[in-house]
Every structure is written in C-alpha cells, then in structure tokens.
Design a protein around this ligand. Structure first.
Ligand code: HEM
Length: 368
C-alpha cells in the first residue's frame, strides 16, 4: 500500500458543500450515467452564432468564404473556429471552475488518497490527444469522446468516470460545450493540486454526430518505448522537450488494473502537482514480479510504479536530458508544462488572432 502525502491547505479543512443539482439536471445526469452516449446526454454548447470573448467574430463563423479565402477550399473543412458562447464572460467560466473545484475538494479522499485531480487531467489530455497536426483533425474541439469508436477505445478505459464526474456540471451550465468542460476540468486538476496557472480559452463546439471522430490509435501505448512516444507526440506537433514536460503530469493520480491493467501511483504525492515524477524516475527501478503487464517498481520502497513508456524517458539519450532538467528545477518544469499543456488543449482549435486567455483563481485564492 503506497504512502500518500496529503496536501495541507485550508481547502481541506473547510469542505465546501457540493454542487447543487436542479431536478432537471439530476434527470439529465441519470440518463447520462445509464447510457453514456450521445443520444442520452446533450449539454450542447453549439454556439455557432456566439461572439468571441474579446473581438467581433461575426465574419469568421463556420466554414464560409472568409475561411476558404484564408486557408483554401481543401482545408476549410477541418478548420474549427472557437467562439466564446454568446454573452458569456470570464466570471461565468470562473463559476464553472469553482463548481468543478468544489466537487474535486469534496472527493479529495477518493481513489485511495489520489483524489480526482489526475482523473480530470487525464480526461483533458485524452480528449485532446486524438489530434493529428498534418490532417488538422481530432483534438478537444468537438468533445467527440462520447461517440464510438473513441468512447470504446481501450486507451480511454475508465474515462467515463471523469465524464460522469463532470456531467452534473455540464447539466447545470448547459451553455458550456463538452470540449470546454473537459479541458477546463484539466485546468482545475492542475491548479487545485498546487500546479501552475494554466491560461485557458473557451469556444469549442460540440460535435453532433460521429463524422468527426478520428480512428482509434492516436494515443500512446504504455508498453512501448522511445521511438513510439516520439512518433505519437511528433504527430501532435510536440518536440522531445515538450513531450517530456507533458508526461510530468504523471505526478498526479495512479494506474488502475481495471482500467489499463497497470497498478499504482508514480510517487508519494498523487494529489499534488509538482516535479516528483522526474525525481522518482531518476531513482532505481526494477521490473515488478506480478501477474499483470510489464511495469516497474521502485527498489527502495516497492510502493510506486513506472510504465515501460515512463522508463523510456530515462533510457533515451535525448529525453533523459529534459528529465534531469525538470527533476532539478520545478519552476522550469511548471513553465514548460504550462506552455505545452495549453498547446495540447488547443490543438485543432482555431482562435481569432488576439483572443485573450482566462486565468482562473483557485478556491484557496478566493478564500484567503
Ligand atoms: C507516452 C505517453 C503516455 C502514456 C503511455 C500514458 C499512459 C497512462 C496510463 C497507462 C495510465 C493509467 C490509467 C489508469 O489505469 O487509470 C495513465 C494515467 C494518467 N496519465 Fe498518462 N500516459 C502518457 C502521457 C500522459 C500525458 C501527456 C498526460 C497529461 C498531460 C498524462 C496524464 C495522466 C494522468 C494525470 C494519469 C492518472 C489518471 C488517474 O489518476 O485516473 N499522461 N497514463
């Protein structure tokens, strides 16, 4: 059993009441839980007439001549214009942030002390990790994970727990799209776990059918090595350094045998966002002797785990340079992670030039 170092913040002392659900919301949620697919649950943020959050976007909506003129007819089909839902401002999104954060706080003891931080960050990443830069397809824009085959992709096993976690908030705020809700959930996960501020922009629009769902196979396979990781993250458009910075999110959460087959947390503080992943990775590891897929255990305590793909970052002569840098300098990790994570969440979304980012206050900041 792993030792979990719990974060001590005023947030843990004063547990806020959970999000209140209206009757209509509860009914929608029940449907969602019973059958997690598009026909049963729609909190459509389809705001194709919405205004951008800081500039007039009327001439840039959905396809149209403007886009064709800019990008040419062949690519126009893949341009996903991000537009803030009409009439919504920073304060509206901070309210959604707060409801997610309060629910996270209420479930701080869940998942053997890991809480929900990791679950939400993984949901945001898998929602975005279907992107292909060359085709400019996939990504978080359409919130396509409710559709097959993405919903049944083995790589997404267990993420229905994250989608269900956020569903009641989607019901309460029907104007927010799935892509916005899931990526905002990731921002909450990072920030409430003590990580850096993640600048975020709204405007993703719900896909209403399966037509935009990419084929499975764009997410990485944990049993593979450096060349696979480089190939997968290269297709998203990330450098080696950005790739290593992103995977540092494995400081949060844990593996679950019922989801991925793997088991355990990466380190002693799965509810804290910090550079512990790299520090742990540089310690001594050996193959775990067990009935499951190949994974590693730390020699010192045997309480923590690494995936073969994690070990590849240490074994590859280029990746390991970034691992060492981030293990030695948490501020650098925070800065690089922030840039790469913002890029990940926005891959495939097209914002009008100059669209401002929102930076949300944590619950602790609002209380103190
Ligand atoms: C080579 C790349 C990666 C591989 C192979 C990989 C694989 C995995 C696997 C197998 C799990 C366990 C799932 C479970 O059993 O619940 C997991 C969890 C997780 N991954 Fe990754 N991952 C990768 C990159 C990333 C990136 C880029 C992020 C975020 C930016 C991320 C964030 C997380 C988080 C936070 C968890 C914990 C989830 C929870 O606690 O429920 N991973 N990952």
């Amino acid at each position: 059993m792993a030792t979990i170092a719990l974060r001590q913040t005023s947030a843990h002392a004063s547990r806020a009441s959970s999000v209140l659900l209206g009757l209509a919301g509860a009914a929608g949620l029940a449907l969602y839980a019973a059958n997690d697919n598009q026909s049963s649950y729609k909190y459509s943020g389809s705001s194709s007439n919405g205004n951008n959050n800081n500039n007039n976007n009327n001439n840039k909506n959905n396809g149209g001549n403007y886009i064709k003129a800019l990008f040419g007819a062949t690519t126009a089909a893949n341009i996903n214009n991000a537009m803030c839902p009409e009439g919504k401002k920073y304060a509206d999104f901070q309210e959604v942030y707060n409801d997610i954060a309060k629910k996270v706080r209420d479930e701080d003891d869940a998942d053997r002390g890991a809480g929900r931080y990791g679950l939400l960050v993984r949901l945001s990443w898998h929602a975005s990790g279907t992107y292909n830069k060359k085709e400019n397809s996939g990504g978080s824009y359409g919130g396509t994970m409710i559709y097959s085959p993405e919903s049944t992709d083995g790589a997404n096993a267990g993420l229905e727990v994250g989608r269900d976690f956020l569903a009641e908030i989607g019901v309460k705020y029907p104007w927010i799209s799935r892509g916005d809700l899931w990526t905002l959930g990731g921002v909450v996960g990072v920030q409430e776990a003590g990580g850096p501020k993640i600048p975020w922009r709204p405007g993703r629009v719900n896909a209403t059918d399966e037509s935009k769902v990419p084929a499975n196979g764009r997410l990485p396979d944990a049993s593979q090595g450096a060349s696979h990781i480089r190939d997968v993250f290269g297709k998203y458009g990330f450098t080696d350094e950005e790739t290593v910075a992103l995977i540092g999110a494995h400081c949060l959460g844990r593996c679950h045998t019922w989801r991925s087959g793997f088991d355990g947390p990466w380190g002693p503080s799965p509810n804290m966002f910090n550079n512990a992943y790299y520090v742990e990775l540089l310690k001594e590891w050996r193959v775990r002797d067990w009935n499951g897929p190949k994974q590693y255990e730390d020699v010192e305590t045997k309480e923590y785990m690494m995936l073969p793909s994690d070990m590849a970052l240490k074994e590859d002569s280029v990746f390991v340079k970034s691992v060492k840098k981030y293990a030695a300098n948490q501020d650098l990790f925070f800065a690089d992670f922030t840039k790469a994570y913002v890029k990940l969440l926005e891959n495939g979304c097209t914002y009008p030039r100059g669209t401002k980012y929102f930076e949300f206050k944590t619950l602790d900041e609002q209380e103190n």
